[in-house]
Write a protein that binds this ligand. Structure first.
Ligand SMILES: NC(=O)c1ccc[n+]([C@@H]2O[C@H](COP(=O)([O-])OP(=O)(O)OC[C@H]3O[C@@H](n4cnc5c(N)ncnc54)[C@H](OP(=O)(O)O)[C@@H]3O)[C@@H](O)[C@H]2O)c1
Length: 255
């Protein structure tokens, strides 16, 4: 394979929810290309320790922080650590997500608030604090979304709405910050077989249907998502602002 034209040496990246699944694959892909990574996670320390090992095996040793993206105090402490350790930031990948999986009419107010808080609202302080650490030198922000932002998926009402809000925020952040060299985009994916799917009562159906509906003939992998993020944070995407890049093997365009 030809050598990658992307070199992130000297760049500092924050990947939220980087300890498992798609986030871990993104950390590894950016680290392989030279970026120094900080990732955070919510609860699972063993997964975070495993991620540190895997990232260190392919690139610079990462910084690992336990912090809830929906908690302002946690964010303040996390960014203070990044400022002390890195002194700057060039890339933010807002990937962490959780959510309540229920039919819409069964959602309680707290289910809605919790899901929106983590999946959509968190991008606001994350972007604000990251842009401050970009220090006017420009940078790249990528939010990770899913087809539920535009398609109805059983039990996915709250998460789908949060992802639609996330994608809208991305477009607004993009036009508000383009003049200072900060690009903001979304990578959205079809079903990826990560731990997240274990919480769906219809996991098997999602995977089987996803496979059947995908013209490319296989499901999306965490690495497929990571490659799209790598492209968007690279200089190859220098004129791409506010877009949603869909990684789904053609699933969403099938009639
Ligand atoms: N899986 C799919 O089918 C699919 C498809 C398209 C898009 N996506 C999107 O891709 C992203 C990653 O999904 P995934 O499937 O890789 O998820 P996952 O395997 O469940 O991993 C989620 C990661 O986010 C962290 N996290 C969750 N809530 C957090 C919070 N409040 N604060 C900080 N960290 C938090 C988790 O930390 P702990 O381990 O400590 O809990 C973990 O590192 C999400 O945005 C998801 O919506 C997923």
């Amino acid at each position: 394979m030809a050598k990658s034209p992307i070199d992130l040496t000297g760049k500092y990246a924050l990947v939220t929810g980087g300890s498992r699944g798609i986030g871990r694959a993104i950390c590894k892909r950016l680290a392989e290309h030279g970026a120094r990574i900080c990732f955070n996670y919510l609860r699972n320390r063993e997964a975070a320790a495993q991620a540190v090992k895997e990232i260190s095996a392919v690139g610079p040793e990462p910084l690992e922080i336990k912090a809830n993206v929906a908690d302002e105090t946690h964010l303040e402490n996390m960014f203070e650590t990044i400022r002390k350790e890195f002194g700057q930031l060039d890339i933010l990948v807002s990937n962490a997500a959780l959510g309540v999986l229920k039919p819409v009419t069964q959602l309680r107010e707290k289910d809605w608030r919790w899901t929106m808080d983590i999946n959509a609202r968190a991008l606001i302080p994350l972007a604000k604090r990251s842009i401050e650490l970009m220090g006017g030198r420009g940078g790249s922000i990528v939010a990770v979304s899913s087809l539920g932002a535009t398609h109805a998926i059983p039990f996915y009402g709250a998460v789908g709405a949060s992802k639609a809000a996330l994608e809208a925020l991305v477009r607004h952040l993009a036009i508000e910050n383009a003049a200072t060299g900060v690009r903001v985009n979304t990578v959205s994916g079809g079903a990826v077989d990560t731990d997240a799917l274990k919480f769906f009562p219809n996991r098997e159906e999602i995977l089987n249907e996803g496979l059947k509906r995908t013209p490319a003939g296989r499901l999306v992998t965490p690495e497929d998502m990571a490659d799209a993020v790598l492209f968007l944070v690279s200089d190859l995407a220098r004129m791409i602002h506010g877009q949603t890049l869909i990684v789904d093997g053609g699933n969403s365009i099938v009639a």
